[in-house]
Design a protein around this ligand. Structure first.
Ligand code: 5GP
Ligand code: ZN
Length: 133
């Protein structure tokens, strides 16, 4: 666990999250400022800043979880597709320096705007309960 890392603090349960999935290695929770309904972040519990710093074994496990969680979200929400985003470095839009995959549900014809919206905490809580695996 890295001291000043907000996602490490979430993984440790020190900061609450709208949890969708958890196992020994991985935690998935709703983004508090979502691009779209059901926007979920998938992180390894162990700290690594980005794709390059993450170890291969963790990455291999992580992407399989991303697949499983995305399939679950798609089935539950009935979205038509989803984007997987993974930003590395400030220049690429990475704001939290703990590797994470974004799962962004998409509906046919929705506008392609990867912009954060102000999350409604009550709605996120209800949605997390609905999506929890
Ligand atoms: P990045 O731009 O680094 O790829 O994405 C970071 C994401 O983390 C953003 O979409 C932002 O809304 C989200 N985020 C930042 N702080 C928190 C937090 O404390 N809890 C949750 N659930 N999401 C967060
Ligand atoms: Zn961390």
């Amino acid at each position: 666990m890295k001291n000043d890392c907000i996602f490490c603090a979430i993984a440790a349960g020190e900061i609450p999250s709208f949890k969708v999935y958890e196992d020994d290695l991985v935690l998935a929770y709703l983004d508090i400022n979502p691009f779209a309904k059901g926007h979920t972040l998938v992180i390894p519990k162990g700290h690594a800043a980005n794709l390059i710093e993450a170890d291969d074994a963790t990455l291999a496990e992580l992407i399989v979880r991303v697949k499983k969680i995305a399939a679950h979200i798609k089935a539950k929400l009935g979205c038509d597709g989803f984007n997987i985003l993974q930003n590395n470095g400030e220049a690429a839009g990475q704001t939290v320096r703990h590797i994470h995959f974004h799962i962004v549900p998409r509906w046919s014809g929705d506008p392609l705007a990867f912009e954060n919206s102000k999350g409604d905490m009550k709605a996120l809580e209800a949605l997390a309960a609905e999506l929890r695996m």
